[in-house]
Every structure is written in structure tokens, then in C-alpha cells.
Design a protein around this ligand. Structure first.
Ligand code: NI
Length: 390
């Protein structure tokens, strides 16, 4: 079975919403206009309840099936609304109107698709139970999903299972990909400040060079993934910034390293942090320098639960056909704060093909409007399949 007919009819309208969001990107929790527009649309569609301000600027729409209050089951569908601090370079007619802000991760498409599903579900109500449509702020590094969870999202609406979807460049439009277990990585961050002793560059023996210490730490950290963590347990340590000095003939007093650690499991995550601290501190001591470490625990591993992954697979296969659904997708080392929702409730996160576009977070990326009927059909069918009408 292909996409739902009604979704094909709604394609142009949903595309218009998507492009309007694209032109007006907002960052982190400051998604006021987007959230307002989402809430207004949900009310217009006839949601049974629309609640704003969950997790600061998150929005929730409640759609009850034909059984009304009699049916008990409740599932949550989640989209994200925020953009990125990137200068857009697409030259599209609907390109960002806000300098330095861009929908470069397709959250404009995610929001529009879940709204499309909301419109369909409000019209048809061809299910029993309750669908909770979750629009979260601050996915891009702001833990908006966590904020909504801490605001009581799951308890307040009685959500029993929760599902997420993200577009994926490189995966053909109309295809889906998912895997059971870890699908996205944990994302911890660190700052290492190395304190040495400044000196004349020509007299290094009179100082303690924090640049040399920093360089040793950068190299040594790579041995953690190569020599400490089980090679079959994925982990990445990337030092992404190295700041020191401001001229060519002075050894600076301090150096600073920033970076990120990504893993797909608790064991690797704990070991990586432990060894990271030991390496940085040990190398500093051996060099006569000192370090201070600021380690920031980030998003958890996005973990797809077994039964819900099967549910997602089944529905994706109904929409796309068996041969266009990959149930053994390779996990990615990127992060996703839907992970917090999956820690609270069983659920699954699926990728929908975005075709051969620029990659996520690239200044020429654009969400593929052709993916809309596939994504909206998946959402609608998920509700109709998991909450079948009696
Ligand atoms: Ni994203």
C-alpha cells in the first residue's frame, strides 16, 4: 500500500506550511512564532485539547479517536520545531529571512508533517484511544525534550509509548530506516583548561608549555577509543577546538581544548569519561602543568525499544513496501534529545528518506517536500495501527 490518498491531497498545503517555517527559523526555546502557529493550526483542525508552554515553548495537541473517553490507550508522536545558528546558502525563494538562522536539520519538515498528520487524524478519527502530538523546542543542543519530560509530559497526558521521526539525507525519498537498540549516540562535551607557565618562545626551559601538553592530550585521547574501549563497542572522541597564545614568540600561560565524546552504550560512555580524565590529568602532571576539566553530560543514547521498533517497522512497511524499509539500519554517532523521551517511555525513532540532498546542518541543506506524504502517512498509519478502531 502506498501513501494515504488524503495525504497526497494535503501535500501542497503541508508544503506551504513547511516553507513558511523554513523562511522563519527560530532557535532553541525562542520558537515563539512557530509554537504559536502550531497551536493555532492544531486548534483549527479541531484537536480535543491544545496545550502550550510545556517545556517552556513546547506545544501538545490531543486527538481522541472515535471511542472518545472510553478507549484507554495513549501514544505520543513527537516532532521538533527549532532551527540552527547557520547562515543559509540555498538561494531558495523561501530561504531564511533571519540572518544567521536556518532550518538546516529539517525540523521545519518534521513540524509540518506532524501537523499534516494532526489534520488527518482530526478529520478521520479512524482509531480508538488517544494520539498525543508533541512539538518540542530546543532539540539542537538545548535539551527541549528533557524540558518537556521534566514538565510532566508523559504523566500529564498519560502517554504509554512514544515515537519520533527524523529525515535522513542519502536515504531515498519514500524509504525508511530503523534499528532496534541504540540508533543515535550519547553526546557528552568537555573543556580542558591546561595551566602551564608562560615564557619567551626562545627559552622554553624557563616555562611549562601548555601547547605541547595540549598536543599530547589530543593524541593520547585517541588511544582511548583505539585501546581502552572494546572495538565492537562504538565510541568517538573528537577534540574540536584548541585555543592557545596570541603571537609567534611567546609560550602562553594556558591552553584550552574543547570536544565531544559519543558512544552507543553505558559501558563505553563511563569508560570513555574515566579514561579521558585520567589521560588529561596524568599527562598534565607528567609535564608539570595542571588541568581543570569541565565535563558536561549531554543527551543519552537514543535507544529503540524492541516491541515499538517492530511496530514502527510494520507501519513503515505498510506505507513504503517491504523492500523500501531497512530494519537493520546502522546507528549514527550524532545525538538526539528524543532520547530523554525514550528513557521515560518505550518507543522508537525512525529515519525517513530525504534523498540526495546536502547533509544535515549544512548551509545548502533543504528538507525534501517530496518526503512529506511518506512521513505524514507513517504518522497517521501508526496511530490507526496501534490504536485500531473497534
Ligand atoms: Ni535534527
Amino acid at each position: 500500500m502506498p501513501i494515504l490518498n488524503r495525504m497526497a491531497e494535503l501535500h501542497d498545503e503541508i508544503t506551504e506550511w513547511r516553507r513558511a517555517y523554513h523562511a522563519n527559523p527560530e532557535l532553541l526555546y525562542d520558537v515563539h512564532e512557530t509554537a504559536q502557529d502550531v497551536a493555532q493550526k492544531l486548534e483549527t483542525f479541531g484537536c480535543d485539547e491544545v496545550v502550550k508552554g510545556i517545556g517552556r515553548t513546547g506545544v501538545v495537541g490531543v486527538v481522541k479517536g472515535r471511542g472518545g473517553d472510553k478507549s484507554q490507550r495513549v501514544i505520543g508522536l513527537r516532532a521538533d520545531m527549532d532551527a540552527l545558528p547557520i547562515e543559509e546558502m540555498t538561494n531558495l525563494p523561501y530561504a531564511s529571512r533571519h540572518k544567521g538562522k536556518m532550518h538546516a536539520c529539517g525540523h521545519d519538515g518534521h513540524t509540518a508533517m506532524l501537523l499534516g498528520a494532526a489534520k488527518y487524524l482530526c478529520e478521520t478519527r479512524n482509531f480508538d484511544g488517544t494520539a498525543i502530538l508533541i512539538f518540542q523546542p530546543a532539540e539542537e543542543g538545548g535539551s527541549g525534550g528533557q524540558a518537556m519530560v521534566e514538565d510532566g509530559l508523559m504523566e500529564r497526558f498519560g502517554i504509554e509509548e512514544v515515537y519520533g521521526m527524523h529525515n535522513l539525507p542519502g536515504l531515498e525519498v519514500g524509504q525508511f530506516a530503523i534499528c532496534e537498540g541504540p540508533i543515535m549516540a550519547s553526546t557528552d562535551e568537555f573543556t580542558v583548561t591546561i595551566k602551564g607557565r608562560g615564557s619567551h618562545a626562545a627559552m622554553p626551559h624557563l616555562g611549562i608549555d601548555p601547547v605541547v601538553v595540549g598536543a599530547q592530550i589530543v593524541s593520547a585521547l585517541q588511544a582511548i577509543t583505539a585501546r581502552n574501549i572494546n572495538p565492537l563497542d562504538p565510541a568517538v572522541i573528537s577534540v574540536t577546538q584548541f585555543h592557545a597564545g596570541n603571537t609567534y614568540n611567546v609560550i602562553p600561560e594556558t591552553a584550552m581544548l574543547n570536544g565531544t565524546i559519543r558512544t552507543l552504550g553505558a559501558e563505553a560512555r563511563e569508560l570513555a569519561e574515566k579514561r579521558f580524565r585520567e589521560m588529561a590529568e596524568g599527562i598534565a602532571v607528567a609535564s608539570g602543568a595542571s588541568v581543570s576539566i569541565d565535563f558536561r553530560v549531554g543527551y543519552p543514547v537514543t535507544f529503540n525499544h524492541a516491541d515499538q521498533t517492530q511496530n514502527a517497522l510494520e507501519v513503515a512497511r505498510i506505507i513504503a513496501g517491504d523492500e523500501r524499509v531497512n530494519g537493520n539500519a546502522t546507528p549514527m554517532m550524532g545525538g538526539e534529545d528524543f532520547a530523554y523521551m525514550l528513557e521515560k517511555r518505550p518507543g522508537a525513532y525512525i529515519f525517513v528518506g530525504n534523498g540526495e540532498t546536502a547533509g544535515l546542518h549544512h548551509p545548502t541543506y533543504d528538507f525534501s517536500d517530496e518526503a512529506i506524504p511518506h512521513g505524514t502517512s507513517y504518522w497517521a498509519k501508526l496511530v490507526e495501527t496501534l490504536l485500531p478502531a473497534s
